[in-house]
Design a protein around this ligand. Structure first.
Ligand SMILES: NC(=O)c1ccc[n+]([C@@H]2O[C@H](COP(=O)([O-])OP(=O)(O)OC[C@H]3O[C@@H](n4cnc5c(N)ncnc54)[C@H](O)[C@@H]3O)[C@@H](O)[C@H]2O)c1
Ligand SMILES: N[C@@H](CCC=O)C(=O)O
Length: 515
């Protein structure tokens, strides 16, 4: 019998046994560092001349692996493999599809620290962040498998005498899964398996900075018994392969997670009809954020400062959920800011392979350059209160940075920086703080720190974000507990890890029979 869903626990690295297991994971990864990975199309492994090279962002000299790169011709081959596989996979019993996910979860759990160590090497995640990424991937597998079992017989509708009505969910067809580098295991795996367990076949195009962990996950899915052609692995250039697949007449849906600009491009292109296309493509888009922590005057100020610092600098601020804006009511502004500066100065930036490191590198040179430019903008728009320095001699390291006394409409308070930079703005009172919190074009996460119940209720109604947290930070949603996804320019209002997520990959069919 399937056990009730519970989220995967996080590893306590203070326990020496766990610490040793993580170090063993690093050794396992070092055993295959620099290996070459193929495309997977219709179950066939295909190598290419042209390669994507994946580097360790903490040590630019170290190549994590090289991965074959699909061009349009190979993308077309993968599309035809997925079209063919859909004919049988859509008829596979939901229980069988769910079993593949359960098995993959068991394999991932057994190799948990190896996968986390690979995330440390390829994405620069410190131990706790890597561990959370792997745990979330396991959660997606466990949760979506159970969700499929819940909806496999549709939902009841009314029938009249001598009539039998049914309402069932059937899969859509071929989906294109386009994933980001910042949760290179959890989001890549979650978006892929949601589509697959619902009976669709997919082409997976991972981010080009983190293709090795995706290749390893594809191996796990094969080992779990997924039939050939259901999951086709086609790393490649977003502009070349991405556009081609988004435009393709056989594409039925696109599940994209990434930046606002690429999301908008996909949304627009998907709305245009290609020759021979006989449906309206569906787009599930999870995009950027500019997320605010509001601190009320009636608040636990230590909790407020800790929540701001952990939400701003976890994984170097490279989360769509990162708390990149702190809006503090003026009576307590100086106290919260000063404590946040103290806590920030205690953070250790360095090699994420070392257990003591709080913050590793940012992902690559272009991210480093962009974030350093924003820090310069911050110096002119506000007051540099902590950090500000970077060092890209060995890896892409940037000190956790606080820019204080910002106008809420300044660029630092409006644009997604996607790095370890948090801006502080002062609000006159709580109403003003909520008004500022809502004044970006995004609507992903937010948090309110207050002891006042009426203000909690006010924020529940008026703070317009997909994930709102009270008296805690604004990152770290758990699958099945805090379904995740945002409003406005943060995406198409979907909720990953939530009870209606699979339905986005399905269509409802009504049948009515007369006796
Ligand atoms: N809302 C969420 O759940 C969520 C989660 C994680 C990341 N994000 C967002 O993702 C961004 C960071 O990730 P990123 O830098 O990988 O984003 P990105 O938009 O640069 O890339 C995302 C993916 O899109 C691909 N791509 C690029 N151009 C394309 C095109 N023309 N057609 C099709 N695909 C194309 C990339 O190769 C990559 O696989 C941030 O904005 C972050 O907020 C959002
Ligand atoms: N789901 C993650 C964020 C994913 C985006 O980067 C969180 O809740 O922190």
């Amino acid at each position: 019998m399937v056990q009730p869903y519970q989220h995967e626990h996080f590893t306590n690295f203070k326990d020496d046994k766990n610490k040793q297991e993580y170090l063993q994971g690093l050794k396992t990864v070092e055993g295959y560092i620099g290996r070459d990975y193929d495309l997977l199309i219709g179950g066939e492994r295909i190598s290419t001349e042209d390669k994507i090279v994946s580097f360790n962002p903490a040590n630019k000299e170290e190549v994590i692996g090289t991965v074959a790169k699909a061009d349009r011709e190979l993308a077309e081959k993968a599309m035809q493999a997925a079209v063919e596989a859909f004919k049988t996979w859509k008829k596979a019993k939901p229980e069988l599809r769910a079993d593949v996910l359960f098995k993959a979860a068991a394999i991932l759990r057994r190799r948990k620290h190896e996968f986390s160590a690979l995330l440390t090497k390829e994405a620069g995640k410190p131990w706790n962040e890597a561990d959370a990424d792997t745990a979330e991937a396991i959660d997606f597998l466990e949760y979506y498998a159970r969700q499929m079992l819940l909806i496999k017989d549709g939902v009841p509708v009314q029938s009249r005498p001598n009539e039998f009505n049914r309402y069932d969910y059937i899969p859509l067809g071929v989906g294109i899964i386009i994933s980001p580098w910042n949760f290179p295991l959890a989001i890549m795996a979650g978006t892929t398996v949601a589509a697959i367990v619902a009976g669709n076949t997919v082409l997976l195009k991972p981010a080009s900075t983190t293709p090795v962990v995706a290749a390893k996950f594809v191996e796990v899915m094969e080992e779990s018994g997924l039939p050939k052609g259901v999951l086709n692995f086609v790393p490649g250039s977003g502009a070349e392969v991405g556009d081609y697949l988004v435009d393709h007449k056989d594409t039925r849906f696109i599940s994209f997670t990434g930046s606002r600009d690429v999301g908008l491009r996909i949304y627009e292109r998907a709305s245009k009809l290609s020759e021979g296309q006989i449906w309206l493509k569906r787009v599930i888009a999870e995009m950027g954020g500019k997320d605010t922590i509001v601190v009320d005057s009636e608040a636990d100020l230590e909790l407020a400062a800790q929540s701001i610092v952990s939400s701003a600098f976890g994984f170097s601020g490279q989360k769509c959920s990162a708390g990149s804006r702190a809006v503090v009511v003026e009576d307590v502004y100086d106290q919260v800011l000063n404590r946040a500066i103290e806590l920030t100065k205690q953070l250790k930036v360095g090699n994420p392979e070392e257990a003591v490191t709080n913050m590793g590198p940012v992902i690559d040179q272009s991210a480093y350059n962009k974030i350093m430019e924003y820090i310069e903008i911050g110096r002119s728009e506000g007051r540099l209160a902590a950090g500000g320095e970077g060092d890209d001699s060995k890896g892409y390291f940037i000190q956790p940075t606080i820019i204080a006394d910002l106008d809420p409409k300044s660029r630092i308070m409006q644009e997604e920086i996607f790095g370890p930079v948090v801006g502080f703005s002062k609000a006159r009172d709580f109403d003003h703080a909520i008004e500022i919190a809502n004044n970006t074009e995004y609507g992903l996460t937010g948090a309110v720190i207050t002891r006042n119940r009426d203000k909690i209720q006010q924020a529940r109604e008026d703070f317009h974000v997909g994930n709102l947290y009270f008296n805690r930070g604004c990152t770290g949603a758990i699958v099945g507990y805090q379904p995740f996804g945002g409003f406005n320019m943060s995406g198409t209002d979907s909720k990953a890890g939530g009870p209606d997520y699979l339905l986005l990959h399905m269509q409802a069919k009504t049948t009515s029979e007369m006796y």
